[in-house]
Design a protein around this ligand. Structure first.
Ligand SMILES: [Zn+2]
Length: 540
């Protein structure tokens, strides 16, 4: 009986022409954009499964659902609206597709909050010049379909009712943007329409909420005398490097450099701050210490870019992995980044790290006073994607990673040998850069390599996932003992030492720098697992 009434009501709702038309239109929009853009929603699902987004899973799903609801209500209210209100919907829809489709054409993604921040400081003539690059005629198709729908279905709302509907949409999109801001999401999942207006709302909320990052007092305007380069590799396990005594020669070129007298301090296998990219990168840029500090402090501690700027460095951030901020930096933090290069600037592929290395090499040989941080592409799963097919040295490589766990290491080591060793060949074709430059090299985390029955890569809690390399190169390094158990926590204070940051402007009691005598005392070293639980790091 109840079932019957239920089905009847359900039938009525779906037979309602506004409801049915809105649903069909929105679903078609999803399908159309999957076809037109390399399937953004499909990529999102894939990203959830492959990359380190577990922390954001719930938040992304909420935004995804909210986006769908917004899209649906937008079309539903548009169809119900009276004639004299429809231009508002048509304009809003057309604007979002024009901008989003243009962005996708130029940079292979929709607009982000950071684009709006940068847009404000970009002169108009540059925007005009970029017009041709961004214009994507395909936006006409969904717009034409939407306008056609508006012409073929007559509305039923009065003007005040329609204004109320627009109010509902505004409230919904501001909530969506506000939520994305609170959840610290850089990408708003969903089709072009909600992603566009949600991002604007996110930008607005961000502008109203004051930054919670502590300030660093500027010390000098004089350009610094040295260069500092922080290289954060991706998924490179410290005990798989030839320079750390690994049985395979994965680092022939780097070994030559390290063996030269007085230009290298190799701290061997160090402890990562976390087993997930987002976690360890956030710790690296803020100096927050696992085991002593709460992880939440990564949102308030000053970043390394603030210190660098305060000491007279030009600051560069090169990201060979993504075109949105994902590693703990937020839109606000870009105020202290003079140059932000993204994955598209390096033509993504197994040689993209080398293009970044060459660009860095150019910057460093032309001037001093540069602080550069690079997130390498590294050797991410599937490892065969990290090296040229003819660069295979160790084989066979697995056809199926879970069924042939013993072979995984072959593909992985090929990746290290190709990616990491050649990166240093491109960065340091000779050692002249080291006259003026200090280089700190590490990785964000290690990797399980399917050992001991593990079937995950990282972001979990095994020691293998926390084993990272830690190496400093430079021609004027102090003589220090390198035999202690170093960790990611030592890196920020070391960078501050290299920048000559006076003690009175260091905002926190950081871990000892790698140059400090305090490292003679044994300390317990911890890392955060993927769920932010502390794990004791046992040196191999
Ligand atoms: Zn990673």
């Amino acid at each position: 009986m109840y079932m019957k009434t239920y089905i009847k009501t359900l039938g009525k709702v779906f037979l309602d022409k506004y409801f049915a038309a809105a649903l069909v239109f929105v679903l078609s929009l999803y399908v159309f954009e999957e076809w037109a853009f390399d399937s953004p929603q499909g990529q999102f699902l894939k990203m959830l499964l492959t990359f380190d987004l577990k922390k954001d899973l719930a938040a992304n799903l909420i935004v995804s659902f909210g986006s769908f609801v917004f899209c649906f209500l937008f079309v539903l209210f548009a169809l119900r609206s009276p004639n004299n209100m429809r231009w508002i919907y048509g304009f809003a829809f057309g604007l979002s597709t024009l901008i989003q489709y243009g962005f996708w054409k130029a940079v292979k993604r929709f607009i982000l909050e950071q684009d709006l921040q940068i847009a404000g400081s970009t002169p108009l003539n540059i925007w005009m010049g970029a017009g041709a690059l961004y214009f994507n005629w395909i936006f006409i198709l969904p717009l034409a379909a939407f306008v056609f729908l508006l012409f073929s279905i007559k509305g039923e709302e009065t003007r005040p009712q329609s204004l109320r509907s627009i109010g509902v949409l505004l409230a919904l999109i501001v909530s969506l943007g506000g939520f994305a801001f609170m959840a610290d999401l850089s990408v708003l999942v969903g089709p072009s329409l909600p992603a566009y207006y949600g991002t604007i709302a996110q930008f607005g909320v961000n502008a109203l909420v004051p930054s919670s990052r502590q300030a660093v007092e500027p010390i000098t305007n004089t350009r610094a005398k040295n260069n500092i380069l922080l290289i954060v590799d991706e998924s490179i396990r410290g005990d798989h490097l030839g320079i750390n005594g690994y049985s395979r020669d994965t680092t022939p070129y780097l070994s030559q450099i390290v063996s030269k007298e007085g230009i290298a301090l190799n701290f061997g296998v160090a402890a990562a701050g976390g087993t997930c990219s987002y976690i360890s990168n956030s710790l690296l840029i803020t100096g927050v210490r696992p085991g002593s500090d709460d992880f939440k402090l990564v949102h308030t501690h000053p970043t390394v870019f603030q210190y660098a700027r305060a000491m007279g460095y030009k600051t560069y951030y090169l990201d060979v992995q993504a075109s949105s901020l994902w590693n703990g930096l937020k839109g606000d933090d870009l105020r202290y980044v003079d140059f932000w290069y993204k994955v598209n600037d390096f033509e993504d592929g197994y040689n993209s790290d080398f293009r970044a290395a060459e660009q860095i090499s150019d910057i460093l040989s032309e001037s001093t006073g540069n602080f550069i941080m690079v997130n390498k592409r590294g050797v991410h799963f599937l490892y065969e994607g990290s090296y040229a097919p003819d660069a295979e040295i160790w084989g066979p490589t697995p056809d199926d990673y879970t069924k042939q766990p013993d072979l995984v290491v072959n593909a992985y080591d090929n990746g290290i040998r190709y990616n990491l060793d050649n990166f240093f060949r491109h960065l340091l074709p000779d050692l002249s850069i080291l006259d003026t430059t200090y280089i700190i090299y590490t990785s964000d985390h290690g990797e399980t390599l399917f050992e001991d029955g593990t079937d995950w890569l990282h972001c979990n809690n095994t020691i293998q996932e926390a084993r990272v390399p830690l190496l400093i190169l430079g021609k004027h390094l102090p003589t220090v003992e390198t035999g202690f158990q170093a960790s990611h926590s030592n890196i920020l204070p070391t960078l501050l030492d290299l920048m000559d940051v006076p003690n009175n402007i260091r905002r926190h009691p950081y871990a000892p720098s790698l140059f400090s005598d305090e490292n003679n005392q044994p300390v317990d070293v911890y890392f955060f697992d993927g769920a932010l639980r502390l794990v004791d790091f046992q040196a191999p």
